[in-house]
Design a protein around this ligand. Sequence first.
Ligand code: ARG
Length: 430
Amino acid sequence: MSDLLWQKPGVTVDAQIQRFLAGDDVVLDREFFLHDITASTAHAQGLQRVGILSGDELVGLERELAALADDFRAGAFVLDERFEDGHSAIEARLTERLGDAGRKIHTGRSRNDQVLVATRLWLKEKLARVAALSRDTAKVALDRAAAERGLPIPGYTHVQRAVVSSAGMWWAGWAEAFIDDAVRANDTLALVDCNPLGTAAGYGVNLALDRDHTTAALGFARMQVSPVYAQLSRGKFELAALEALGSATLDLRRIAWDLSLFTSAEFGFVALPPQYTTGSSIMPNKRNPDVIELMRATHASVAAARTEIEQLLSLPSGYHRDLQASKGAIFHGFGRGLAALELLPALLANLEWREDRLRAAIDAGMYATDVAVEAAIAGVPFREAYRAAAAASDTAAQGRTPEASLAARTSPGAAADLRLDALQARWEAL
Ligand code: ARG
């Protein structure tokens, strides 16, 4: 391992204890190593602006940081156990290449604000992706709602047939859900979008760092003001980000559940393109909807990551090494969550309804609520109308069609008017 930044003369480092301290930390740091390099570049520029670095030193640092990023991307520089963590690796490489300029890079910063700034930069990208994918999913749902508003499907409560619904109603529900998820991701992005760099170990530093410069150079919307809160917010903003992701994966879990039911032979409402199914190793007859099932499983990983971080946050104020364990949780949660959300828009765009099966599943009882409400409109007290409709549901249903039932509830101006224009306006504002 390269020299530990904090090593004291005469104190031996025990290898087993070092391995425990390091855990998988350096490998995890690969995930946001490029963000750490970006922030290091902004920090170096700030140091030059306050006279710690000469112009030449800054030029050298900028060049070597860019070269490190290129080497890392190309696999020519591997971030591994030779280093305690990604932060030390950057300083080691700069020192090796530049000597004193490398030894100056850590002036006025701590790994405590370094890890915070890298995490915030990384999460901003991931939240933007959650917002974009939720938006894309909502768009597919909106378009299909408009195209399929007249296609009747059974509406369920308790997984029991309830009333006539439509593919349009089903899609419009998911459109509104994923619009909310995009809003949530964008709102959370705004919360995360502040710069902790310059807060050092959590108490500031006796050097007039140019925090306005680093804030602007890194594209943050604002500066995180209190050094104490910069540390207190670690874990908390990751938790907020996972909650925003979880809002989308929770909807993903529910739509996957619908599709898992709808693709079964018992329902038979939906045909999935074959690329979304797999076979069985023993049962030659099987086509299994594994993609849908793993999509449904995704929320468990997001929820687990949230729980892990929440448990970690049982801490007094200030930095604690416990906080390091939050990285694995967000990387795992976002890795799983985004991989599933990435597949969702195309999956939804490719679903095919089986109209014959949908129509066959609409039975006479599903008009009973219409019958009762019509009688109530004609002046019969609703409870009386309800009892009469229950007693005569088969006869009362005669001559009724799914189309008429839908029109009475979902046509323009009716109570469940799909209002796709309103949803479209919210979608466009995302
Ligand atoms: N790997 C550490 C983390 O993620 C970096 C910060 C180390 N700071 C320290 N004071 N030991 O928290």
